[in-house]
Design a protein around this ligand. Structure first.
Ligand code: GDP
Length: 484
């Protein structure tokens, strides 16, 4: 009897895909990032700007007028939920509200008819490229490193992280409970549940705005998708495990088995079905939120990015990592929401991302894929202006703060436009990163959330397009070469 291994299955999938690719060239782009990083907004703006001929001067195919048409088509995978593009655009455009965020994996196919840039290419008819966009939670990508870790390692690392100053107070209840149990005592379902619950509560607390931490595996504890309340998530790390095997029938044996089941039944299928098939990847990060929360949050973001980039390093003895890495040729790390700061600070924001990703890439040892960084706003919610104060001209950003946002003593109603002095991003990058810093915001920067903007006239002057910052550069990096 033959049994298909993961490897054969993936190889067969890839072959089938290549065969279809010959008929209709396609490229599969993964869009990921932690919850609220801006995935939904990014994909919506990406597609809207292509379909409606938005202003994209740095996107060569569009600028030179070679794009005949861009339109949505039925996606190739029937079993994957569709990215609800129309609903999201309706929220952004008609309601001027932000769309519902990503909670699970979804997919959308955008097809672009274009004219080849070369005379040679044009001789052979019009080009057509299908762009399959796959949206998935970054929390799930951060699960990949768990495949290489056994329960003891996972446990030890979890407790090390929990001891950091920025986490210790949040982890207190869970650490106390975990410290009180006897790992060798008989397995107890209620204890397993209490441990899982307090552990999850700690992970959640780490995501609140004032902490804004990023490295919080297992990913499904925060973003369960369709596993909400499932027994697959009823485990937690245990402290001070001694060497050797768990005693059969013990609490440790039970949690260990569930941890292994999580790897086999949750992490692996997700990677096999979605991630190993990607050609390119954009990782969105909310640097602004991390900056706001302080040096420990930035360090933690760097740690998460190192883990993520580690997933793209081939030949580390992990089947999934290798397959994934072999396939991916470009990775873009993008800081979103650059419209919260004045354009004079955009390069500084990009420098922060550059530093994050350079250090992460060096530590993770990525080499195969080319990694680029960008500071962008998929949807630009602000304009710029200047305010004169004591004869000094100060750069400001102007937008409509969301209802309930506050600046000083003012609380906004969601209708009133206001000018905000966003502050400067710090020049000294070293001072920005400190894993051992306690929780506490950096000074100087204060971010206000704005409503989505009113639409602008697009390049053709007829349709309306969503304004953005540097979205065209992201498009150029992700698909530009495939439209030549
Ligand atoms: P997801 O969880 O990664 O799908 O995140 P979303 O795309 O839903 O974005 C989360 C929130 O971030 C949105 O509701 C907006 O408030 C904000 N946001 C995302 N992208 C932008 C952007 O380009 N500009 C601004 N001003 N806010 C953004």
């Amino acid at each position: 009897l033959t049994s298909f291994t993961d490897e054969t299955l993936i190889a067969l999938d890839t072959l089938a895909e290549r065969a279809t690719g010959l008929v209709n060239p396609s490229i599969r782009i993964g869009v990921t990032g932690l919850s609220r990083a801006g995935k939904t907004v990014f994909i919506s703006a990406f597609v809207h700007n292509l379909i409606h001929g938005g202003r994209l001067p740095m996107f060569e195919a569009q600028k030179s007028g070679r794009i005949a048409r861009a339109y949505l088509e039925e996606q190739p995978d029937d079993a994957v939920p569709r990215f609800q593009y129309e609903d999201h655009i309706d929220a952004l455009v008609s309601g001027r509200t932000w769309p519902d965020s990503t909670r699970a994996v979804s997919e959308l196919r955008l097809t672009v008819d274009y004219e080849s840039a070369s005379a040679w290419g044009r001789m052979f008819s019009r080009g057509r490229l299908s762009v399959d966009i796959v949206d998935y939670p970054g929390e799930w990508l951060l699960d990949l490193p768990l495949l290489g870790k056994n329960f003891s390692t996972f446990s030890a690392e979890s407790f090390q992280l929990a001891a950091l100053p920025v986490r210790a107070d949040l982890a207190e209840a869970w650490v106390a409970l975990a410290g009180s149990v006897d790992a060798d005592a008989a397995a107890d379902e209620m204890m397993a549940r209490r441990l899982a619950e307090t552990f999850t509560a700690y992970l959640r607390a780490c995501r609140q705005d004032s902490r804004a931490l990023s490295t919080l595996p297992p990913g499904r504890f925060l973003m369960p998708g369709d596993l909400e309340g499932s027994p697959a998530l009823t485990f937690a790390p245990l402290p001070n495990l001694r060497e050797g095997r768990a005693r059969p029938g013990s609490l440790r044996a039970m949690l260990e088995r569930r941890y292994e089941a999580y790897k086999t039944h949750v992490i692996k299928p997700f990677f096999r079905e979605h991630v190993t098939r990607l050609d390119r990847q954009i990782v969105l990060i909310d640097v602004m939120q991390a900056l706001n929360a302080g040096p420990a949050a930035l360090s933690d973001l760097e740690r998460a990015l190192t883990e993520i980039l580690g997933c793209f390093r081939p030949g580390t003895g992990n089947l999934f990592t290798s397959l994934f890495a072999r396939h991916i040729d470009r990775i873009l790390i993008a800081a979103t929401k650059a419209d919260h700061i004045h354009h004079t600070s955009h390069d500084r924001l990009q420098a922060i991302v550059r530093r994050l990703s350079d250090r992460a890439a060096a530590r993770a040892g990525v080499s195969g894929a080319s990694v680029d960084v960008l500071a962008l706003a998929a949807v630009r919610a602000t304009r710029e202006g200047t305010v004169t104060q004591r004869k000094e001209e100060l750069p400001v950003i102007i937008g409509t703060p969301l209802a309930g946002e506050t600046i000083g003593k003012d609380t906004f109603d969601g209708e009133t436009e206001t000018a905000v002095f966003p502050g400067d991003l710090p020049k000294n990058l070293d001072a920005l990163f400190d894993p051992n810093a306690a929780a506490g915001p950096s000074e100087a920067i204060r971010f206000v959330r704005f409503r989505p903007p009113k639409l602008e006239r697009s390049a053709d002057g007829v349709s309306l397009s969503l304004p953005h910052i540097r979205l065209d550069r992201a498009l150029q990096f992700l698909i530009g070469d495939r439209l030549e």
